[in-house]
Design a protein around this ligand. Sequence first.
Ligand code: ATP
Ligand code: MG
Length: 206
Amino acid sequence: MTARPGGGPRIGVLGGTFDPVHVGHLVAAVNARHALDLDRVLLVVAGQPWQRAAGPLATPADRLAVVAAAVADQDGLEASDLEIARGGPSYTADTLETLGCSCPGAELFLIVGADVADQLDTWERVGACRELATLVVVNRPGASVGRLSAKLEALGWRTMTVEIPALDISSTDLRARAADGRPLDFLVPEAAIRHIRRVGLYADER
Ligand code: ATP
Ligand code: MG
């Protein structure tokens, strides 16, 4: 891991269900890494996304494998199985605590889309997240960033925003596409699509 003069590594954390991963996630991750000079960004795959009414379609292992395929050739992006390996509901507070302990001196950056940034007050032990990480908000179509900064500041977050090209892509839409037999091409990295096809994910509703 890169040591910095006077400081530890700068680590980005992009958590998600990734059911499946798509270029919206990856564009957010690489642009946050670039804008904030992060050593690496971990795409942390939720084992049990406890806030979802309906569970993910794909298993944790399959979602992780598809993320790993998507980032395999991308410097500085890594698939993380931290939350899957821990078991139980995937609380970001636990994840940030684990990372803080395993990388002493690391500076943590929690990367979220604007839709998620607007819902942080519903998170488990959100105060611990606030203590442990700087929040990095990326714009997302359908979620307004304008009023967010003031709201987050009032809640006590250290916040930065990173502007990315608006990508109106969601895993929900991709699951619907796969179920209808419509293409995922260019919305999901090719290596990830190959894995999805090889294992036959998302196709069982076709
Ligand atoms: P779903 O439709 O199943 O909720 P999703 O596309 O929202 O899937 P998640 O795994 O829920 O993907 O999101 C993980 C993180 O990535 C969240 O912080 C979310 O805001 C962010 N994100 C997802 N898609 C985009 C996008 N197109 N642009 C910017 N951020 C995104
Ligand atoms: Mg989502």
